[in-house]
Design a protein around this ligand. Structure first.
Ligand SMILES: [Zn+2]
Length: 472
């Protein structure tokens, strides 16, 4: 463990500089682009203990970086992995895909999410001597704020955008530089400041003008250069009754509008009338809130609803429902995956089955399946969709990625795909309500049906069950 600890502030363990040696025993290197992880020196394998991979060959190159094991397309070089490591380690490595857009970081090894918890920390500490203070107040506040984003009244695409803004995951020059990309830190809009996310959304001239048009009272000393503080400020404004309701409701759309405007100017050379941007945002917000009022089911939002449904229920009109199941037996078995999409009448629209390489645990398998289903739905142009899975940990991780750093790379990919959907909701299904998808997936692992396919409708052999669920 070296100074690289500050590489990714949102997951970084800033307050743990003291007691490093101790913590080194609980932190595992989580692979992003692999550039700062040494294959033979860093501990980046976990199988109940934290360790380096076992070496299959007698000679090894001490300078080898994990980035050398990743293809230019960003996936593991399977051929090379099999040459260097024994099969069980190959499975462990391949269970966590690399992520070229983020640096390697440290996550907590002794629980499944990768987030330090008091319980798992105590367990480790009981095996060790000193008690370190682990998560700083700042880090805790930042997590609480990210969690609040999911409750903001707006469309999923904008929630995702806000979450990415808070996570430092928007392509502004400061963030690009942090990811090792050569870019000019100057803001190309005003050429007057460093382009941070906070600058673009609050302090650059279009942003200033927008916030002036809607006439909200700025913080006393203007907006600071902290995206965290500024978004926290706006969330407070959204609750202030002294501000007109139309403006308050439009705040998420205004932020989104400012961001889109910046991209249109920089990449398409289009300058838009900012008054029009504001009125457009207000209209969109009103429209959306009106529709919301007509649909009293709050379940239409992305608010974490982790109540399981007992038996399969049809989706609302204009919505599709997709049930996903991944059949995972152990870390050396192929996994089976299946999904089935049904409409509001309960009729099956499409279903698919696929076989996947072994994965080290159930959550990683489910997230791999989630990427597969999201890509398939986009290919098929299916939108307005509910995705139901019986792996509650995977759904929790998608809803609140900041609490699941171990799966950062999967979740980052999942969220990129989510942003292409208009309306998408993730829910936890009971085993029973997910039985059609489950039976198809299990046919891969139990009956060795390895042929992958995509088909219209549902499978014939489950026809009567689908009809039965439809009648409910
Ligand atoms: Zn600027």
């Amino acid at each position: 463990m070296d100074a690289a600890i500050g590489a990714r502030p949102s997951y970084a363990w800033r307050s743990i500089i003291h007691g490093r040696d101790l913590l080194a025993k609980g932190l595992i290197k989580n692979i992003g682009n692999g550039q700062t992880t040494s294959v033979w020196i860093d501990k980046w394998i976990f199988d109940n203990t934290l360790r380096r991979p076992f070496n299959k060959q007698s000679l090894f190159d001490l300078d080898l970086r994990v980035s050398n094991l990743i293809t230019p397309q960003g996936s593991w070089n399977y051929h090379l992995l099999s040459e260097l490591f024994f099969p069980p380690d190959v499975v462990r490595i391949m269970s966590y895909p690399p992520n070229l857009t983020s640096p390697d970081n440290y996550v907590w090894a002794y629980n499944r999410s990768g987030c330090y918890t008091v319980k798992s920390g105590n367990w480790l500490i009981s095996h060790l001597k000193h008690v370190p203070a682990l998560i700083s107040d700042h880090e805790q506040e930042s997590r609480a704020l990210k969690a609040k984003i999911w409750e903001v009244k707006t469309i999923p695409k904008i929630k995702m955008f806000l979450w990415r803004a808070l996570s430092g995951a928007l392509a502004v020059s400061v963030c690009l530089q942090a990811h090792g990309m050569n870019s000019d830190p100057q803001c190309a809009m005003c050429e007057d400041a460093i382009e941070s996310i906070s600058h673009v959304l609050f302090n650059c001239w279009p942003a200033r003008e927008v916030w002036e048009i809607v006439n909200i009272t700025f913080p006393p000393h203007g907006f600071p250069d902290s995206i965290h503080d500024n978004i926290a400020f706006l969330l407070k404004v959204m609750k202030q009754e002294s501000v007109s309701l139309r403006i308050r409701m439009a705040i998420p759309w205004l932020l989104w509008g400012i961001w889109k405007h910046r991209n249109e100017v920089l990449y398409a050379g289009k300058l838009r009338e900012l008054n029009a941007l504001v009125s457009h945002a207000i209209e969109e917000a009103e429209e959306w809130n009106k529709i919301k009022e007509l649909q009293p089911q709050t379940s239409m939002s992305n608010v974490p609803v982790l109540r399981r449904e007992g038996h399969w229920v049809k989706p609302p009109i204009d919505f599709l429902k997709c049930n996903l199941h991944m059949s995972w037996l152990n870390d050396s078995h192929m996994c089976g995956g299946a999904w089935i999409v049904r409409n509001h009448q309960g009729d099956a629209v499409f279903h698919a089955r696929e076989m996947f390489l072994p994965t080290s645990n159930r959550i990683a398998a489910e997230l791999r399946g989630m990427l597969w289903v999201l890509r398939s739905l986009l290919d098929l142009h299916l939108d307005n969709i509910e995705i139901w899975s019986d792996c509650s940990a995977a759904i929790e991780a998608i809803i609140d990625p900041s609490n699941w750093p171990r799966y950062h790379s999967y979740l980052d990919k999942v969220h990129r795909l989510i942003s292409s959907f208009g309306q998408i909701v993730f829910k936890v299904s009971s085993t029973k309500a997910n039985s059609v998808a489950r039976d198809i997936a299990v046919s891969v692992t139990r009956e060795g049906r390895t042929r992958s396919y995509l088909a219209r409708g549902g499978p014939m052999w489950l026809h009567s069950r689908i009809e039965e669920e439809k009648r409910r």
